[in-house]
Ligand binder design. Structure first.
Ligand SMILES: [Ca+2]
Ligand SMILES: [Ca+2]
Ligand SMILES: [Ca+2]
Length: 143
């Protein structure tokens, strides 16, 4: 009888242990991640700007209020601006790493699509123009 109860309790504890991390992931706050996709990049900056300008866009309020003062405003926008990387050549989306996502984003930008980019990072060769030469340089960086 006692053994059965203990087994049952262990099972419950185990179930709680297994489900808790997932629950945390769904509700945890990532300051700066305005769109709630799990990374802070130039898209979050652009989305917050749109929100502050009064556009009806969906944002994760807890993430957008970076300084936690209960209002989402220009101060938070400036804070996110600092979180988005502008000093890594090739980091087109400004998330701090150079990878295939940056390649895809630059490709889309060069095709004329309306995508957000960090211009200083996308201009890989630093000639003040973002073009196929930068794209070729970026390809070499991630290979
Ligand atoms: Ca994000
Ligand atoms: Ca704030
Ligand atoms: Ca990147």
């Amino acid at each position: 009888m006692n053994k059965k109860i203990i087994t049952c309790m262990a099972a419950i504890a185990c179930a709680v242990f297994l489900t808790t991390p997932a629950a945390f992931a769904a509700t945890s706050v990532l300051k700066g991640d305005v769109d709630g996709n799990g990374v802070v990049n130039v898209d979050d900056k652009a989305l917050l700007q749109s929100y502050i300008l009064g556009n009806k866009v969906n944002i994760v309020q807890a993430n957008a209020d970076v300084n936690g003062d209960g209002s989402i405003d220009a101060i938070d926008y400036a804070a996110i601006g600092k979180m988005v990387n502008t000093n890594i050549k090739g980091d087109v989306d400004g998330n701090g790493i150079v990878n295939m996502e940056d390649k895809t984003r630059l490709e889309s930008y060069l095709l004329g699509n309306n995508v957000n980019i960090v211009a200083t990072n996308a201009d890989v060769n630093g000639d003040n123009s973002i073009n196929s030469i930068d794209y070729a340089d970026l390809l070499r960086m991630i290979k």
